[in-house]
Write a protein that binds this ligand. Structure first.
Ligand code: SAM
Length: 285
């Protein structure tokens, strides 16, 4: 990357192309060098790595990804940014830009086409209006991911990394921690972006586990139990599960909880991954 500051590069590109950011697309461009360096360092990239960047924006971080990684795929929804990206990434031979909505993309097919069977690292400053759907898509699709280093709202970062029992622990926590080991990296203030978002942000890194921390008979049933348990946060676990269409009567659910040593009066947010697994597995026996 050239020796100008990223704030200057961002302003120059926006001025040159008369680009106005769109709030509805979550366009808050990162302009803090230190934060950018932290994201890159923490992604631990080498020339062997294949990287997917979601929402490259003006391409400021993408340039560094191209320098550090072997191959880079950048998926950007905004057609106006594609023209700018072609210029800001001119000369980098290892990048491909796709003008698509990440949520509509057949990610498995595209990643296999571009990167074959190589594992993929995701590095992104995510658009906040669709943070959770993007994370869930990355977790649910059968794709070969190694790690995800992302900027998210601080509140989402807290939820991803939460331990059982607290207000942040929920369905997102359980979904992420089933597949990954999450780590908080850095809290980022609003003035690190242009324009400034209304919330604080956080960089988190998720490392995919070699194998899940719990043994499940059926993943779908596990996620149905999790969804039911958090669906009615103020209800006791027994009442929440009873309302969750799990195909069992209240008495049957009461027995399942009792024989697994789980107090029916507890709330979903106090259960560990392992306790959710015990309930899900028993529902299928
Ligand atoms: N990477 C740049 C940076 O760090 O400054 C931009 C990050 S900005 C927070 C989010 C980016 O995601 C914007 O460029 C926005 O246009 C793009 N975006 C929003 N919705 C998207 C979607 N559904 N699919 C792909 N990109 C999207």
């Amino acid at each position: 990357m050239k020796e100008t500051s990223i704030k200057t590069s961002t302003l120059d590109l926006m001025k040159k192309y008369d680009f106005k950011t769109a709030k509805k697309l979550g366009q808050n461009f990162l302009t803090d060098e230190t934060v950018l360096k932290t994201i890159i360092d923490c992604s631990e990239l080498s020339k062997e790595d294949c990287v997917l960047e979601i929402g490259p924006g003006l391409g400021v971080m993408t340039q560094i990804l191209c320098e550090k990684a072997g191959r880079v795929l950048a998926v950007e929804i905004d057609r106006k940014l594609i023209q700018i990206l072609r210029v800001s990434l001119f000369g980098y031979e290892n990048v491909e830009i796709i003008n698509e909505d990440i949520l509509k993309l057949d990610l498995k097919k595209v990643l296999e086409e571009k990167f074959g069977s190589s594992p993929v690292k995701i590095v992104a400053n995510l658009p906040y209006y669709i943070t959770t759907p993007i994370i869930m898509k990355l977790l649910e699709e059968d794709i070969n991911l190694r790690s995800i280093t992302i900027m998210v709202q601080k509140e989402v970062g807290e939820r991803i990394c939460a331990a059982p029992g607290g207000k942040d622990y929920g369905a997102l926590t359980v979904a992420v921690q089933y597949r990954c080991i999450p780590r908080k990296i850095l809290v980022v203030p609003p003035d690190s972006f242009m324009p400034q978002p209304e919330v604080e942000s956080m960089v988190v890194r998720l490392d995919f586990r070699d194998k899940p921390p719990i043994t499940l008979k059926n993943e779908k049933m596990y996620f149905r139990v999790v969804k039911a348990s958090f669906g009615q946060r103020r209800k006791t676990l027994l009442n929440a599960l009873s309302a969750g269409n799990l195909g069992k009567t209240k008495d049957e659910l009461k027995d399942i909880l009792a024989r697994n040593g789980i107090d029916e009066k507890r709330r979903g947010e106090t259960l560990s991954l392992e306790e959710f697994a015990r309930i899900a597995n028993d529902l299928l026996s």
